[in-house]
Design a protein around this ligand. Structure first.
Ligand code: HEC
Ligand code: HEC
Ligand code: HEC
Ligand code: HEC
Ligand code: HEC
Ligand code: HEC
Ligand code: HEC
Length: 266
């Protein structure tokens, strides 16, 4: 998950569709595969200003949206931010907004894959949200129109965990005995795009928990471990871990928080 290109609003200039793709990919990705905005038959770009005539609710917030940084420009139409994802809009505008005259990605990830090529691979991993099957859309977790496309705390109304708990209500809490790890967000333990592990976990074994819980009371000065103990919560866990993972060995089953026990166990 490392993808942090930054540019200013003037970096990208639209030529033909192919040149646009080349420029864009040149900036975003390491390889230079040519991509193009979604095709709408017989349509030309009209620019974001035109969309504002009828979609002010969306264009009004777009300036603060991550993807407004794309600021693709066409020599005639000017800024074509909306059309980067929806395709050229002239036919749609002329028809007064008829259905089927412009691309509505809805739950289809294809529009996003055009630029985020690597995400197709992540969602193809054995345990992933059913995005390729069209059951969950990228926009269920990322708002393309408004605010930061990755939800964070701070000015955002929606916290990172709410992105998930609107669907996964049983992990929401509040719990009598909450697990503090939840304050770091669901993504400390899950990669929602997909992983090779069960339940999209970022690690398949005790390391998931030991990242935060491993204690080394027996560390010898100089940083060398003395006796191979796996100490967590003040107790050596070596024999317990022979029975399974921290959450599947019958010990800490309520990793998200518990109403029964402080140790998060029924
Ligand atoms: C003249 C008014 C008008 C303009 C200008 C306009 N739209 Fe629309 N648009 C509409 C209306 C009305 C609908 C709703 C159609 C419906 O739901 O039946 C719509 C629907 C849409 C949809 C959903 C289409 C679907 O099939 O579900 C998208 C996407 C869209 N507009 C994007 C844009 C973009 C991008 C622009 C600028 C390039 C734009 N619109 C400019 C009136 C307009
Ligand atoms: C980063 C890609 C992206 C950009 C940029 C973008 N959109 Fe969208 N748009 C989407 C996706 C994805 C959906 C489908 C969301 C869904 O159904 O949950 C959508 C849906 C829509 C809809 C249909 C809404 C509905 O309720 O069905 C309209 C209208 C629309 N966009 C207009 C715009 C306008 C106007 C702009 C520019 C201000 C814009 N979009 C910029 C990706 C984008
Ligand atoms: C035209 C190319 C393009 C399309 C289409 C596109 N993106 Fe992006 N996306 C970018 C670029 C470029 C950035 C980096 C912007 C920046 O950092 O200012 C970005 C950033 C992001 C980020 C934030 C990355 C970070 O590290 O902060 C997310 C999440 C994201 N896009 C999701 C989506 C989703 C979901 C869609 C489809 C609805 C989509 N993108 C469609 C080009 C695109
Ligand atoms: C189930 C929720 C969910 C869905 C569905 C989802 N994402 Fe994400 N995505 C996230 C979260 C949460 C993060 C932030 C991860 C972090 O901060 O560790 C993220 C991060 C990203 C990033 C930036 C970091 C990176 O991995 O490069 C991009 C780009 C991105 N998503 C694109 C997409 C695209 C494209 C789709 C659809 C094909 C999509 N996402 C679908 C939840 C989701
Ligand atoms: C739009 C609703 C929706 C959102 C938002 C959502 N999910 Fe999911 N999630 C699903 C669906 C649907 C499945 C697949 C369930 C199935 O296959 O039975 C799923 C599956 C999962 C699973 C695997 C469950 C299992 O039994 O294998 C985990 C873990 C998960 N999601 C975590 C997250 C996290 C973390 C987030 C936030 C970044 C998130 N989800 C956001 C709908 C959602
Ligand atoms: C401390 C690590 C951790 C954090 C943080 C975490 N999870 Fe989990 N989650 C797990 C583990 C471990 C499992 C597997 C439990 C099992 O298989 O019994 C799991 C399982 C799940 C499942 C599948 C539940 C089922 O019954 O199979 C969902 C859905 C889920 N988590 C959603 C979330 C959401 C949403 C958040 C944030 C609000 C979150 N998780 C935060 C560790 C975590
Ligand atoms: C992001 C760091 C982080 C991760 C990952 C994490 N935890 Fe925690 N956990 C904490 C913090 C912080 C506390 C509260 C302080 C403490 O008791 O150590 C806590 C508390 C606990 C407690 C309660 C201890 C007590 O006596 O109150 C248990 C049990 C626990 N975690 C189990 C787990 C398990 C099992 C996993 C793996 C599925 C896990 N933790 C993953 C940070 C984490």
């Amino acid at each position: 998950m490392s993808f942090k290109p930054r540019w200013n609003k003037t970096t990208l200039i639209l030529g033909g569709a192919a040149a646009w793709g080349l420029l864009l990919v040149g900036c975003v990705m390491a390889d230079r595969t040519v991509i193009a905005p979604p095709k709408v038959a017989d349509a030309t770009f009209v620019g974001t200003k035109k969309c504002a005539q009828c979609h002010e609710d969306l264009t009004g917030h777009f300036d603060g949206a991550t993807h407004s940084n794309l600021a693709l420009k066409d020599s005639k139409a000017g800024d074509i931010g909306c059309e980067a994802c929806h395709g050229a809009g002239s036919v749609h505008v002329k028809s007064g907004g008829s259905k089927g005259t412009i691309i509505n990605p809805a739950k289809s990830p294809e529009t996003c894959f055009a630029c985020h090529l690597d995400k197709r691979g992540e969602f193809s991993l054995p345990n992933a949200h059913p995005v390729l099957a069209g059951k969950v859309g990228c926009a269920d977790c990322h708002d393309p129109h408004k605010g930061k496309v990755i939800k964070r705390t701070g000015a955002e109304l929606e916290t990172p965990n709410e992105t998930c708990t609107k669907c996964h209500t049983s992990q929401k809490g509040p719990f009598l005995f909450p697990h503090q790890a939840m304050q770091e967000g669901c993504t400390v333990c899950h990669n929602p795009h997909g992983t090779v592990n069960q339940k999209m976990l970022v690690a398949r074994d005790a390391n998931l928990c030991l990242r935060c819980h491993l204690e080394h009371p027996s560390v010898i000065a100089g940083g060398v471990l003395g006796d191979g103990k796996i100490v967590a919560g003040g107790e050596d866990h070596r024999t317990r871990l022979q029975n399974g993972t921290c959450w599947s060995a019958g010990c800490h089953e309520d990793v998200h928080g518990s109403n029964a026990s402080k140790a998060m166990r029924y």
